[in-house]
Write a protein that binds this ligand. Structure first.
Ligand code: FAD
Length: 308
């Protein structure tokens, strides 16, 4: 790869959306470079088991990521990981990204797929029990809590909908919410309240997690009296919001008020030749399958842009 090389496509982010964009673009004989902060695979590698990726029997996230990476490389896609992007210049016909180490890469089109991360509670024990009782994805991990008792943290639509979904597996679901009212649509509130497996604890916040290897107990503060109590629990699902990894794109492309990238149905952003895909865009459902779909569309749209 020479310093002068201008790629057809640079993909920022090597999770399932970016890797899929890499597979499609390089297979279409477009010279493609994926730039990824951290290890390749994105949030997929955080999960031991992916059981809902069609056509692939229960697999682990690392394995699925490695296969996607291998596929992209076999089509000629170049991949650079463990780097940090310092600056973007996306307005002109030639797009530029500069890394913190000073290297610059150029391309005729760009696909942004930096993903995101669930908003943590940032309380003691959260890091320790992540994946060992604490989860941020009911669709992904609900089944592991079959017949068990779980807490759902949050009071928005996701929290209430996921609490109802979790009753398919869990014996009992307690929703813990900090305010005295929910911030969700009335039908979501009604559905949760009507469900006999769901209990609601309002005006309360979790303060810490504890256990022996796996999560066993939480401490809980009732805010009006500041009384702290503890509760034995098998699992906690946290829906305290979502943070897209788009901080360095503010002011460069259009984002919504939650900092999600605004795209049309072809994954076009507000700048010509710049596309976005995956968990970083404005959308409701965030899964490997939806990221892969977005990555496909973004790549096909980039190819069409380059042809025109
Ligand atoms: C614990 C957990 C379990 C999950 N389990 C499942 C499951 O079982 N099934 C399922 O379908 N979904 C699951 N999900 C959701 C799924 O992993 C995501 O929806 C999916 O990974 C999103 O893909 P993405 O490519 O858009 O983003 P990500 O997977 O977030 O990948 C983005 C990549 O971009 C990199 N990046 C970020 N910023 C930059 C930057 N500035 N420059 C360069 N690179 C950057 C990141 O390091 C990362 O590698 C789970 C999520 C979590 C957190």
């Amino acid at each position: 790869m020479s310093a002068e090389e201008v790629f057809d496509v640079i993909v920022v982010g090597g999770g399932p959306a970016g890797l899929t964009a890499g597979i499609y673009s390089s297979r279409a004989r477009l010279s493609t470079l994926i730039l990824n902060e951290g290890a390749i695979g994105g949030q997929m590698v955080l999960t031991d088991e992916i059981a809902n990726y069609p056509g692939v029997e229960k697999t682990n996230g690392y394995l699925l990521a490695s296969t996607m990476k291998k596929q992209a490389k076999e089509f000629g896609c170049k991949i650079k990981a463990n780097l940090k992007i310092k600056a973007y210049d996306l307005k002109g016909e030639i797009k530029r990204v500069t890394l913190e180490d000073g290297r610059e890469f150029r391309s005729r089109s760009m696909i942004l797929s930096p993903g995101g991360r669930p908003r943590p509670l940032q309380i003691p024990g959260e890091e320790q029990f992540k994946g060992s009782g604490i989860s941020y994805c009911a669709t992904c991990d609900g089944e592991f809590f079959t017949g068990k008792e779980v807490i759902v943290v949050g009071g928005g639509n996701s929290a209430l909908e996921e609490a109802v979904a979790l009753t398919t597996y869990a014996e009992k679901v307690t929703i813990v919410h900090q305010f005295d009212h929910f911030q969700a649509f009335q039908h979501a509130v009604d559905q949760a309240k009507m469900n006999p497996k769901i209990d609601v604890v309002m005006e309360s916040e979790l303060r810490s997690f504890s256990g022996n290897g796996v999560l066993q107990e939480v401490s809980l503060e009732y805010l009006p009296t500041r009384k702290i109590s503890s509760k034995s629990i098998d699992g906690v699902f946290i829906f305290a919001g979502y943070i897209p990894n788009t901080a360095d794109l503010k002011g460069i492309i259009d984002l919504n008020k939650r900092n999600e990238i605004l795209v049309d149905q072809d994954m076009k952003t507000s700048l010509p030749g710049v596309f976005a895909a995956g968990d970083c865009i404005q959308k409701k459902y965030r899964q490997v399958t939806t990221a892969v779909s977005d990555g496909t569309i973004a790549s096909l749209s980039a190819a069409e842009y380059l042809r025109s």
